[in-house]
Design a protein around this ligand. Structure first.
Ligand code: SF4
Ligand code: SF4
Length: 222
């Protein structure tokens, strides 16, 4: 899932302080799971903003709504009838949702209410960690299912680098060395001989480095 974190409320206030009618818009998918942008967080943010503006003696209308997804035309259409009531929208979906909405409602300010961080997993409640950077050419088959693109600070493909100590990464003693994890996993799979095979040079044109990407699937196209 896409993991995001809440923006400081001061940042959001700064963006909307000149507005009189604001819609706080949540998303029922990833940002709900990581407790940054779902219905509950819409309510909490809306209450905090109402309290702030009331304390300032400012009459600002703050409304709440949560869509099934903000990265989908179908669900974004659900607010077409009400969007003109607002001076702006604070979207607490990920950056994908914010952008898709901004493209759809060209003349309406759409402001991000969260900081989108990475694609990752819920290790436990309150702890999300990165697993994938969407490089467009998955190599997990040869790395025991551990991703060196997202989990190795240097993106080393024939690791570890010289800085790994006691299974930890040199950038932070709290962080596991991805290549230690890869070796451990290959051992567990009885595939350690694969560790000896040099990785081919990766084609980074399928990654972000190659510019904005798209996936075209003719088997599901309309
Ligand atoms: S190799 Fe690429 S696609 Fe596969 S998990 Fe890592 S970043 Fe994601
Ligand atoms: S210590 Fe391990 S995870 Fe850290 S940069 Fe080196 S190889 Fe990558």
């Amino acid at each position: 899932m896409i993991v995001a974190d809440k923006k400081p409320i001061e940042e959001i206030i700064e963006e909307i302080k000149a507005m009189n009618n604001v819609l706080i818009l949540g998303c029922n998918e990833c940002v709900t799971v990581c407790e940054a942008g779902g219905k509950k967080e819409v309510g909490v943010l809306a209450s905090a903003l109402r309290m702030y503006f009331a304390n300032q003696g400012k009459d600002v209308r703050i409304d709440e709504r949560t869509l099934e997804r903000q990265c989908d035309h179908e669900y974004l259409e659900e607010i077409r009838d009400i969007i003109d009531q607002y001076d702006g929208v604070v979207s607490i979906a990920c950056g994908v949702g914010v952008q898709f909405m901004a493209e759809k409602y060209l003349e309406k300010p759409v402001l991000p209410g969260v900081n989108t961080s990475f694609m990752g997993v819920t290790e436990k409640r309150g702890l999300w960690t990165e697993r994938c950077q969407g490089c467009g050419q998955c190599i997990l088959a040869r790395t025991g299912g551990i991703c060196p693109v997202s989990r190795c600070a240097k993106r080393v493909f024939n690791g570890p680098c010289g800085g790994s100590t006691d299974g930890k990464c040199e950038i932070n003693k709290e962080v596991d060395c991805a290549w230690q994890l890869i070796v451990d996993r290959l051992k567990a799979l009885d595939k350690l001989d694969e560790y000896e095979i040099l990785a081919p040079i990766k084609d980074w044109s399928t990654d972000r480095a190659g510019g904005p990407r798209k996936v075209v699937r003719e088997d599901v196209a309309e």
